[in-house]
Each structure stands twice: as structure tokens, then as C-alpha cells.
Design a protein around this ligand. Structure first.
Ligand code: NAP
Length: 230
């Protein structure tokens, strides 16, 4: 994000303002994951996804028994995605998290290998706890969310986020409508989620932050532990 807390400019252009160091940092985080979840707005903005290219990261994945690329899961209640986006020809396995009616448009097509259905129709909010349980039941243990702000805010509201990685980049974007890491309706400060800083590193003009979401029952297992697939 920019130093004023924006993840894109107010045109919602793809964010390409991080340094090469930041890109490598992102690639390393994604390389740890079994799957990466991105919002449809992020896919519409970039038209593509980040691939793991560093040979040592690919080798580590293989040693852990993971495929060379994490599964890419797109969250779209409407299912309105452009199959001619370059994303659909990248060498990755794609899943779609969506509503039942939107899933019908993508069934028996080559773009998505697996459909995760978490609401009856696009007008009904996705049940994200059910969705994560279904994804977990498919063998996904470590899920990284690649943004954007709408998806992250709904996952946080459902208490499904454990860690937050932020890179503060040396520019100011401003713009009332420019997206932030956490959009949605926000929190009153008295009940805002609190964070514990796990690490901070300043490299050149960027700051790399790793936070953990504080829970009142910290020390007890992740809330995902009691989720059952349905
Ligand atoms: N700087 C960075 O690192 C970074 C990273 C990622 C994104 N970005 C930027 O962020 C912007 C996109 O963020 P955004 O907040 O607009 O979009 P987003 O969160 O990526 O996607 C929003 C869309 O995802 C689906 N969605 C998300 N949460 C949902 C929920 N709880 N229930 C149902 N559907 C849900 C909906 O798709 P449908 O409308 O299809 O139903 C919704 O319209 C772009 O400008 C992108 O460039 C920046």
C-alpha cells in the first residue's frame, strides 16, 4: 500500500508501485501457500496473477509435496469474469468461489477445475465460513488472500484472518474512492480488530510489516479449527 494507506489509485489501476524487493517478498509469501484467494475486482484490475518463478521457491514447494504453483481461487458471487483475460491461460489450477446460479455459467467449461458454492444466488452474501470449510476439505491448509479490500474486509468480519502482511511503499496516492487494504463498512474504533506486530523490516524506502490479528482467546486454536465441511 502507499504511505497513505491506498492499495491502488482511484482509477483502480493495477498496483505496480512496489519495488522488485516487494514483488519477491510477495512471491515468497504466495509460495508458502496451498492456494491463493483473490477477489474478482483484483482479477478484473490485473487480468493476470502472480506466478512463482524463483527456482528455490519452486524447489521448496516440490520438497513439501506441493505443485509448483498454488491453486488460484477467484471469489466472485456474480461469476462475471472475462474468460479472455490472460489469467485463464496462465499455467495454474483455477477454482471459483461463487453462488449456485453463477456456477452454472462455468460448469463443463475448461477455465475452472473446481467450483466452490457458498450461496444460492449472487444477491445472497457468500457464506465465507462455509466456503473456507469446503476449501479446507479439498486439502487446502494454508490459504493466502491476495486482496482486494472488499474480500479482505469480509473475511476479517467472518473472523477468518490470522495474519496480515503489509508493505508500506514510498508514494502518496490519495483519492476518496481509492481502495484500501480493508474496505467494507469499517469498525467503530472501540471494537476495531487489534493487531500484534510480529516483525518489521525497513529496506531502502519501503517498510515490510507482519501483523497477527489479536483474539481475546489467543493461545487457543485458530477459529478455523472447529469448522466442518458441509
Ligand atoms: N496493492 C496491492 O497489493 C493490491 C492487491 C490486490 C488488489 N489491489 C487493487 O484493489 C482493487 C480491487 O479491490 P476491490 O476491493 O475493489 O475488489 P476485490 O475485493 O478484489 O473484489 C471484489 C469482488 O470480489 C467478489 N467478492 C469479494 N468479497 C465478496 C463477498 N464477501 N461475497 C461475495 N463476493 C465477494 C465480488 O465479485 P462479483 O462482483 O463478481 O460478485 C466483488 O465485487 C484493484 O484496484 C486492485 O488493483 C491492490
Amino acid at each position: 500500500m502507499s504511505a497513505d494507506g491506498k492499495i491502488a489509485d482511484d482509477q483502480r489501476s493495477p498496483a505496480r508501485f512496489g519495488s522488485e524487493r516487494d514483488r519477491l517478498h510477495l512471491e515468497a509469501r504466495w509460495a508458502e501457500a496451498d492456494a491463493v484467494l483473490i477477489g474478482a475486482g483484483t482479477l478484473r484490475s490485473y487480468g493476470t496473477t502472480l506466478l512463482i518463478r524463483q527456482p528455490h521457491l519452486v524447489a521448496q514447494r516440490r520438497e513439501r509435496g506441493q505443485p509448483s504453483q498454488p491453486v488460484q481461487i477467484v471469489c466472485s458471487a456474480s461469476g462475471q469474469l472475462n474468460p479472455s483475460d490472460r489469467f485463464f491461460s496462465q499455467p495454474v489450477t483455477r477454482w471459483l468461489l461463487t453462488s449456485a446460479t453463477a456456477a452454472d455459467q462455468w460448469r463443463d467449461r475448461p477455465e475452472f477445475e473446481h467450483l466452490v458454492i457458498a450461496s444460492p444466488d449472487p444477491a445472497t452474501p457468500l457464506d465465507l465460513r462455509q466456503a473456507i470449510a469446503l476449501i479446507r476439505a479439498q486439502g487446502i491448509q494454508h490459504l493466502v488472500v491476495g486482496g482486494g479490500g472488499q474480500l479482505v474486509s469480509s473475511l476479517l468480519a467472518a473472523d477468518l484472518v490470522d495474519d496480515l502482511w503489509l508493505t508500506v511503499c514510498p508514494l502518496l496516492l490519495g483519492g476518496r474512492c481509492a481502495p484500501t487494504p480493508l474496505d467494507g463498512s469499517g469498525y467503530a474504533q472501540a471494537i476495531a480488530p487489534r493487531l500484534a506486530l510480529l516483525s518489521v523490516e525497513a529496506i531502502a524506502d519501503e517498510v515490510f510489516l507482519h501483523y497477527q490479528i489479536k483474539r481475546s482467546n489467543l493461545g487457543s486454536p485458530s477459529p478455523l479449527g472447529d469448522l466442518k465441511p458441509v
